[in-house]
Design a protein around this ligand. Structure first.
Ligand SMILES: Nc1ncnc2c1ncn2[C@@H]1O[C@H](COP(=O)(O)OP(=O)(O)OP(=O)(O)O)[C@@H](O)[C@H]1O
Ligand SMILES: [Mg+2]
Length: 252
């Protein structure tokens, strides 16, 4: 097989014009992202005021002696529910928009996973999810943002738990892979069909009622900001395996 002709290669090489176009697009993206983050903030604060006042209104309506009381209360509950959902979406959105801002330290990924398990185990037990950790000793240290990696683990564990409504097994396996540390998170849940697998890392893709569809995009953004990768293998009705790969810290 022959390579591209010199003229074809020259045609593909980036020109000075392409580079400045890329910079312009990056600056535009950063501006839109910061506007969207600011907007989410602006909406979240008045929303919590609305929710608080609805609660007070509900208490007032409770005391009314009016045949329409129950109907009014149902409407208030409905608005409260929608406000709660909007708040969740905004929180998920803000987490997504901040996912690239890291405060890193050198740490043992196995230790971070152990801390997460200690925090999550009571909830897992309550839901009939058995946690099965296999964390190799002597993993090379990695440079990570502890809070954000915990958030990734939480997002993946929540997805796994929601895929196993009748309980099941959640394995967490950490091992060395060349100059990196890998973590497999394996559930025995409903699995993901191929069309959903293609879209599940896209922002706002969700198959769940009330899902923000930002859990996996946030996880991916955090892992990529660490210079790592995340990918998934899944078989419908058998379960899913998410593999995170984080580069080992530079010994220097
Ligand atoms: N472990 C899993 N098992 C089965 N399906 C999964 C799993 N993880 C993700 N998915 C699929 O990928 C979709 C996107 O996941 P993601 O975490 O981004 O959003 P979500 O879970 O729908 O919403 P949110 O995270 O806000 O609650 C899910 O709706 C689900 O269809
Ligand atoms: Mg999720």
């Amino acid at each position: 097989m022959t390579g591209p002709s010199p003229s074809a290669a020259a045609a593909q090489a980036p020109t000075a014009g392409d580079v400045s176009e890329k910079d312009r697009l990056l600056a535009q993206y950063a501006e839109v992202a910061s506007l969207a983050g600011g907007l989410a903030h602006e909406i979240r604060n008045p929303l919590s005021t609305i929710r608080m006042n609805l609660e007070l209104l509900g208490e007032d309506v409770e005391e009314l002696d009016d045949p329409r009381r129950q109907r009014m209360l149902r409407k208030i509950e409905r608005i409260q529910l929608e406000c709660g959902h909007l708040e969740e979406v905004l929180t998920a959105f803000l987490q997504f928009s901040r996912a690239g801002e890291l405060e890193t330290e050198i740490a043992d990924l196995g230790g971070v996973v152990k801390e997460f398990i200690a925090f999550y185990e009571p909830e897992a037990r309550r839901l009939g999810v058995e946690l099965s950790p296999h964390l190799d000793a002597d993993l090379p240290p990695v440079r990570l943002d502890r809070a954000l990696i915990r958030q990734v683990l939480m997002n993946l564990a929540l997805n796994a738990q929601q895929a196993m409504p009748d309980g099941g097994m959640l394995e967490l396996q950490a091992y060395r892979c060349e100059e990196a540390v890998c973590l497999d998170i394996i559930d025995s849940g409903c699995g993901i069909d191929p069309s959903a697998q293609q879209r599940m890392f896209q922002a706002f893709f969700s198959t769940k009622p009330g899902g923000s569809g930002l859990g996996l995009p946030t996880a991916r953004k955090i892992i990529e900001a660490h210079g790592g990768t995340i990918h998934c293998e899944s078989e419908p009705r058998r379960g899913s395996r998410f593999t995170i790969r984080l580069p080992a810290a530079d010994p220097e």
